[in-house]
Design a protein around this ligand. Structure first.
Ligand code: SAH
Ligand code: DHB
Ligand code: MG
Length: 220
């Protein structure tokens, strides 16, 4: 039976119902982000839960996120951490940061999150690792630099996750001059050939269309 995007969405929603359920803080964060006019490009509920589970699976205490938006993924990650755990999340846009900070307060996780406002590449050199998990989800043309920083700041056994590595299949456009496609392809090649990590990538269909993420385990 051929499948259709509407069915992919329906299955994604069904999984969100069954595995995530209703969550007041996360739903309030989405409503506040939408009301403030932020683009709805946060991870889906199912992907947010997956990030949360990855963090718990490795017993993460220190998480780095590049690209906060309204803090939806940040809340999922913060909830995975012990009381003294921290997410450092980097955001260039002051309006996004203000919405995110209010969302963190409402969700009761503000104490676990350190949002740093500025261009990620300006802030990353000042950060103190090691991080257990890094989630890279900002401007895609800088993905190669973000990956290098995440690797430098990760502990062995840590995990680096890069969002949006499929982008409706545009990742296959080898000759593209689009800086986002160039950045995504370059970081995939770097991640795949880097001897200090073991990695794979997963494509997904669902509420946010056709996209995916890569996951790299830092082995040394
Ligand atoms: N991780 C979020 C979505 C992030 S969207 C979630 O899933 O909920 C990407 C964010 O990266 C946007 O808010 C954008 O303003 C931010 N961004 C773009 N360029 C950046 C840069 N150079 N430094 C830091 N943040 C950046
Ligand atoms: C875009 C960015 C994202 O991080 C995402 O998950 C989806 C879309 C974007 O810039 O269009
Ligand atoms: Mg993303």
């Amino acid at each position: 039976m051929p499948s259709q995007p509407e069915q992919w969405n329906a299955v994604d929603e069904y999984f969100a119902d069954v595995f995530v359920g209703s969550d007041r803080a996360l739903e309030a964060a989405l409503r506040a982000s939408e009301a403030a006019g932020l683009p709805a490009i946060q991870v889906t509920p199912n992907q947010g839960k997956l990030l949360h589970l990855f963090a718990r699976m490795i017993g993460a205490r220190n998480v780095l996120e590049v690209g906060t938006l309204g803090g939806y993924s940040t809340i999922w990650l913060a909830r995975a951490l012990p009381e003294d755990g921290r997410v450092i999340t980097l955001e260039i846009d002051a309006k996004h940061a203000a919405v995110a900070r209010a969302n963190f307060e409402r969700a009761g996780v503000a104490g676990k999150i350190d949002l740093k406002l500025g261009a990620a590449l300006d802030i990353l050199p000042s950060l103190q690792g090691p991080f257990d998990l890094a989630f890279i989800d900002a401007d895609k043309q800088n993905n190669p630099d973000y990956f290098n920083w995440a690797l430098k700041l990760s502990r062995p056994g840590g995990v680096i996750i890069i969002d949006n590595v499929v982008r409706d299949g545009s990742v296959l456009e080898a000759g593209s001059n689009d800086p986002t496609i160039v950045g995504v392809r370059k970081v995939n090649e770097m991640t795949g050939s880097e001897q200090r990590v073991s990695a794979t990538a997963i494509q997904m269909v669902g509420a946010k269309g056709w996209d995916g993420f890569s996951l790299a385990l830092v082995v040394s």
